[in-house]
Design a protein around this ligand. Structure first.
Ligand code: 6GU
Length: 239
């Protein structure tokens, strides 16, 4: 997969050299480049922003550098991803969809965002998704790119050693994972649940399913709303 990231703070993307994303780049599974938007400016001050039409606080990113940048980096098979708090929620389903795109192009906005004509014009020549990490406001899209790339890269074939670790995780089934334990069996007076040491794999699977549901009901009741009125029971939990 090919990925281009465009930002006015290329150093912010330095973590993409590390750990498993860095390894995916070195092995050629992921071909990733980070670009400075100011490469596509022509004035002496390398200006990327200006005051908003209609008034209001802050600055808006001017369209010209972005337009020339996309002319250079994009093709009709590009998927342009624009991180913005005004986007659709980024989910595991989106991560899965992105992971089969041949080319992702991330446009990191700063300030109050990018002139909307950049997105509207791009949408006439390529696929465009505006995505949000959640209901809070960041300074810019750079951290969102780190998040999205981590979620996407671990879905690329050959990145995770054990394919099983992909199937049973939090969110792929709409239910959170059960808590996990390792040695020692007793630590600071706290025991690992007996069932996990029983060797009864059927019983362990049932316990994990139930703990996952209990956790989901406690932390993310919204994920269980489809069970409302179905009579589905979680032992010890009122849905
Ligand atoms: Cl993707 N970008 C910015 N700037 N703020 C956000 C966000 C993205 N998601 C939540 N807040």
């Amino acid at each position: 997969m090919r990925v281009d990231v465009v930002t006015i703070f290329p150093e912010y993307l330095a973590p993409l050299d590390l750990s498993l994303i860095g390894k995916a780049r070195r092995t050629g599974i992921l071909e990733l480049a980070v670009h400075d938007l100011r490469t596509w400016t022509h004035d002496v001050h390398r200006t990327v922003d200006d005051t908003p039409y209609g008034g209001g606080p802050g600055m808006v990113m001017r369209p010209e550098p972005w337009g020339q940048c996309f002319d250079d980096l994009a093709s009709p098979s590009t998927h342009l991803v624009v991180p913005t708090p005004a986007g659709a929620p980024f989910t595991q389903d989106l991560a899965r969809a992105f992971s089969s795109d041949p080319h992702l192009l991330f446009a990191c906005g700063r300030y109050e965002g990018i002139d909307q004509r950049v997105i509207d014009h791009a949408a006439t020549r390529m696929r465009v998704s505006e995505v949000s990490l959640g209901d809070y406001v960041l300074f810019g899209g750079e951290v969102a790119v780190l998040v999205v790339m981590e979620a996407v890269t671990r879905l690329l074939p050959g990145v995770l050693g054990n394919a099983d670790s992909l199937v049973e995780e939090s969110h792929s089934a709409g239910v959170l994972e059960a808590p996990m334990y390792t040695k020692p069996p007793t630590w600071r007076g706290l025991d690992v649940p007996e069932v996990l040491r029983s060797g009864d794999h059927g019983k362990i699977a049932r316990w994990r399913r139930e703990e996952g549901l209990r956790r989901t009901a406690a932390q993310r009741p919204d994920l269980l709303s489809h069970l409302e009125g179905t009579g589905f029971q979680i032992p010890g939990v009122d849905v």
